[in-house]
Design a protein around this ligand. Sequence first.
Ligand SMILES: C[S@@+](CC[C@H](N)C(=O)[O-])C[C@H]1O[C@@H](n2cnc3c(N)ncnc32)[C@H](O)[C@@H]1O
Length: 317
Amino acid sequence: MADLMKDPVMSAQQFAKLAAIIYERSGIHFPENKKYVLESRLGRRLQELEVDDYDQYISFLSVGPYRDDEFQEMFNKITINETSFFRNEPQLDVFEKQFLGRLLESRGTSKRLRLWSAACSTGEEPLTLAMQVHRTLGLRLMDWRVEVLGTDISERALAVAAEGKYADYAVRSTSPLIKQKYFKQDGPYWNVDPAIRQMVHFETLNLKDRLGAKRLGKFDVIFCRNVMIYFDDAMRAQVINMFHDQLADDGALFIGHSESLRGLNVPFEQVNIPQGFVYVKKGHAKEAAPNMTVGGTLPLTPAAGTVPPGSTPRKVA
Ligand SMILES: C[S@@+](CC[C@H](N)C(=O)[O-])C[C@H]1O[C@@H](n2cnc3c(N)ncnc32)[C@H](O)[C@@H]1O
């Protein structure tokens, strides 16, 4: 028989309390006009728990032995896990064609490379980066220690990543050539080549957890795309400062092509490249992006390939 229980109604006060709890725990910001979003995502969770009132749910999240587990269930429900292989390819091309070669050259002695896809959802982004490094290094990969780390707050998303098995939707922007090279078709699924999977590992990490991030060590490149749109400026600045600590001085930070760091007081500057942009540590553009153009201090980052208005580009010697 169909479940006739109706979604409980969330009052304005209950929304305010829940939004504050969620923000405090994860930095995810639900503005007042997104009450209906929270209500529709959590309604199902309350039904599963057979809880018919948000006050009860709020106290479940606030006290008691199961609150940490419930936070995880809640993040599984409220996060948007939209992603795909080779998402926004022009930006990935910037990484591979303009940046990776120089980085490999400078790491020629240690032969060690560490990439981080922070908020990787179901794993398509870090697996894409691994494919890019794999095809760039070719046979030389044998001499290298390449580590690609994918982290996310949602354990449910990471469980999909750990399986390495994807539906058609995940490869919708992947070229037939790449599919042939790095995937094996298995009925309706696409299995990622074990050679790529072994370059990548996954861990749960809340981007609010600065100590947890510190434990991961330093990275040469950090990708953090399409998640900061869910944060407010204070959380964005906190996350960007954390990336600054975890990034090598000559490394690069890639954020979503439609995301903006405008107005944030953070120690990065934008480097414009004909096909896109990348962020490097302030004062390190010479090592991180030789021969590229620095576009002022953290201006707006609009669509890939456009220099933000008001910036005064200068060439890095
Ligand atoms: C839209 S996906 C982006 C995936 C991928 N980076 C991309 O651009 O295709 C956003 C991801 O951010 C994660 N997320 C949201 N808040 C987070 C937080 N505080 N810490 C870590 N991950 C978070 C969500 O679980 C979700 O998987």
